[in-house]
Design a protein around this ligand. Structure first.
Ligand code: PGA
Length: 248
């Protein structure tokens, strides 16, 4: 039985004031939540979130890491630095990093490896563009993205990886994949893992991301192969985020 996981991806949205209100709001509702809850916050707010969330069930994650341990990499942040603030998770390969910052499958695979080497759990993101879905290439795209990581870290490593399937056309657009579309792709992803190891395929959490909100979360998370959500816009309001956390 896989535990439901709900992760908030705040992206580049925060201020000291909004972080305070948001985290306090989440903490208030958290005792009624059975899902594992993670917030992936911008780095400057790590210390604030760490302090607010001490002794709570709220888990801290980053949105990206550099592959190097330290040194002359201006503007970058290492795995050790985020662990210093108690973070245990890191989003890797988000479509915005792939499209805006040139992260290839190979770079993403390397970041997954670095996260694992540092005992961080990667939230490894995959997903197709609209034109790829429309041309019938969804399965080919997610296969390529997953195989790049399997080749790098091996299937056993998926014991410590969370997959997030995020169709790019659904991210931030208000257009959600239908539960059937999402379930079909999730089942396909699980079958890909099963080609390598049936037990790992069953135990790996596969989250859905892309305009998940309080109105559609329950139906999506109820699907057999959908184990929770990676939430962008709706993770910025504590009531909305909590309502999704309670859907699992
Ligand atoms: P969204 O973003 O929920 O705003 O669509 C999801 C994501 O990018 O992880």
């Amino acid at each position: 039985m896989r535990q439901t996981i709900v992760a908030g991806n705040w992206k580049m949205n925060a201020s000291k004031e909004t972080v305070n209100t948001l985290v306090m709001g989440i903490l208030e509702g958290l005792p009624d939540v059975k899902s594992k809850v993670i917030v992936c916050t911008p780095y400057p707010y790590f210390s604030q979130v760490e302090a607010l969330a001490t002794h709570s069930q709220l888990n801290l994650g980053a949105q990206n890491i550099n592959i190097n341990a330290s040194g002359a990499f201006t503007g970058e942040v290492s795995a050790d630095m985020i662990k210093d603030f108690g973070a245990e998770y890191v989003i890797v390969g988000h479509s915005e990093r792939r499209s805006l910052y040139g992260e290839t499958d190979e770079i993403v695979a390397e970041k997954v490896q670095v996260a694992l080497d540092n005992k961080l759990t990667p939230l490894f993101c995959i997903g197709e563009l609209l034109e790829e879905r429309e041309s019938g290439n969804t399965e080919a795209v997610v296969t390529r993205q997953i195989n790049a990581v399997i080749e790098k870290v091996g299937i056993e490593a998926f014991k410590n990886i969370i997959i997030a399937y995020e169709p790019v056309w659904a991210i931030g657009t208000g257009v959600t994949a239908t539960p059937q579309q999402a379930q079909d792709t999730h089942a396909f992803i699980r079958s890909l893992l099963a080609e390598n190891d049936a037990d790992i395929a069953q135990s790996t959490p596969i989250l859905y991301g892309g305009s998940m909100n309080p109105a559609n979360a329950e139906e999506l998370i109820a699907c057999a192969d959908i184990d929770g959500g990676l939430i962008g816009g709706a993770s910025l309001k504590s009531e909305d985020f909590l309502s999704i956390c309670k859907a699992g």
